[in-house]
Design a protein around this ligand. Structure first.
Ligand code: PMP
Ligand code: GLN
Length: 466
């Protein structure tokens, strides 16, 4: 199998469906799958496979494109599959978004001391369900300093096990069964899984090149009486788009007008790069946003400590209280020593954010220049860890096929953006089928090695597949 499982689907994906024996021999969980043509509101993409009457594990997997229709089994995420493919091929891994570096040494030492020294930090028993007060206070003070937003650390901030748990709790809390959840597509994979778990259906509003600006009017047009929740992500994975203050203000206005809640995933908030069109603004910086929106953050991204899984959600006390109703039965709480060190880091980052953004900007520039020289047309990437490259100038292969050739023959791992769409529903002529996500949050030597492999091996590899 390639990087992406073939969903049971009709018509225009015939070539992939034909390659997959999946559909005919689908196991029992897929027996009732009826992927026939659906009426969609113009421009919206949505589920192709009906999720009703499936066990929750299958709904989540189908929602995040991790259900293998040929075996009836759940696959690892696209990120893990890509890392596995990279290891198998000894490939330069520009797939999964994690930095090669370790995060600031002083934070590692603080966490270590908090674990091993009884006189330092919060100890090793349960953190409070809302998270350590010191971290909630640090997050609140940071919102005040950077965005002028007053948050009460007692009930307007909740610490989560990574942003992932915050996103999960927000979707389960605010998307009611039978409702519709809107997001700009491509989007982060867990949005699909969690919408499915909530019994809601995720609808995608196209976010397309060359500029990847959100079409806010299209978002409003997509709202119906069934819409419960809008999922935003700024700065955006994978395009690097940073939403402007005007775009955020308009979204809050729309949310209030239509009575929908907004979850804004801001995990890349500290990773805005040189030359970006906009500085990052939190959704909460829009006056009155706290009543309708929550903002999700992650120490994993801000401090290059993805394994620590410390995240948080901020918003009005009622929304945070409702979210707590879910969160406290997901993990209850986690990692007090990590929370403690993150609180220290947020209170005073000792210059780390600027250093890290400069390093990432340089990596982005190296990668963009090399991909451009190879004819792969990378986008501008104002923020975050990734650039998306359009491969249509060098090959007729789909991005998925291209990524398989890239990993196996060129020895570079990257991610087809179509994996980050709703049930791979992008039409064959959609530019998403031609976009490949490359990560630049890696050592510059790794990026240069990958580019060297691309320039020396890619043309011949593509010739073999033309
Ligand atoms: N949201 C987005 C857009 C992401 O790219 C990621 C990946 N880190 C997450 C959420 C998850 O963050 P965490 O690792 O803190 O759970
Ligand atoms: N956020 C990372 C990415 O987009 C991966 C996170 C994960 O592996 N779940 O690559």
């Amino acid at each position: 199998m390639g990087l992406m499982p073939s969903p049971s689907r009709p018509d225009h994906h015939a070539s992939q469906t034909a390659e997959s024996p999946a559909v005919a021999s689908a196991p029992s969980v897929t027996d009732s799958v009826s992927p026939g043509p659906r009426r969609r509101r113009p421009g919206l993409s949505g589920s192709r496979v009906a999720l009703d009457h499936k066990p929750l594990w299958a709904k989540a997997a189908i929602g995040a494109n991790t259900y293998d229709f040929s075996s009836g089994r759940v696959l690892p995420t696209i990120y893990e599959r890509t890392t596995a493919l990279a290891l198998q091929n000894d490939a330069a891994n520009l797939g999964q978004g994690f930095p090669d570096s370790q995060g600031p040494q002083w934070m590692l030492e603080q966490a270590a001391a908090a674990i091993t020294d009884a006189d330092v930090g919060p100890g090793n028993q349960y953190a409070p369900g809302l998270g350590l007060l010191s971290l909630r206070e640090a997050v609140a003070a940071d919102h005040q300093d950077r965005h002028g937003v007053a948050l009460d650390p007692e009930d307007e901030v909740i610490v989560t096990t990574g942003a992932t748990e915050g996103i999960t709790a927000a979707i389960l809390a605010f998307a009611w069964p039978g409702s519709e959840v809107l997001t700009f597509e491509p989007h982060y994979d867990s949005y699909g899984a969690c919408s499915a778990l909530a019994g809601a259906s995720l609808k995608g509003i196209p976010l397309r090149g060359p500029d990847f600006r959100p079409d806010i009017e299209a978002l409003e047009d997509a709202i119906t009486a069934k819409t419960s929740l809008v999922l935003l992500n700024t700065p955006h994975n994978p395009t690097g788009t940073v939403f402007s203050p005007a775009e955020l203000a308009r979204i809050v206005e729309i949310a209030k007008k239509h009575g929908v809640t907004v979850m804004c995933d801001e995990v890349y908030e500290q990773l805005v790069l040189d030359g970006a069109a906009h500085a990052h603004r939190s959704i909460l910086s829009v006056p009155g946003a706290k009543d309708v929106a929550v903002a999700v953050g992650s120490a994993g991204k801000s401090f290059s400590l993805t394994g620590w899984k410390v995240g948080w959600v901020a918003g009005g006390s009622e929304l945070i209280n409702h979210l707590r109703g879910i969160k406290q039965f997901l993990s209850y709480s986690s990692g007090p020593a990590y929370q403690w060190a993150v609180a220290e880091g947020i209170r005073d980052d000792r210059g780390y954010f600027a250093e890290n953004a400069a390093q990432l900007s340089a990596g982005r520039d190296i990668l963009r220049e090399g991909l451009d020289a190879a004819g792969l047309r990378p986008n501008r990437a104002d923020a975050g860890y990734f650039t998306v490259a359009n491969i249509s100038g060098v090959t007729d292969l789909s991005a998925e096929e291209f990524c398989t050739v890239l990993a196996n023959e060129v020895k570079v791992a990257a991610i087809p953006v179509a994996a980050l769409t709703i049930q791979h529903a992008a039409e064959p002529q959609d530019e998403l089928q031609k976009l490949v996500r490359f990560a630049f949050c890696k050592n510059h030597a790794t990026i240069e090695d990958a580019l060297q492999r691309i320039s020396s091996r890619l043309p011949a590899a593509l010739d073999r597949h033309s």
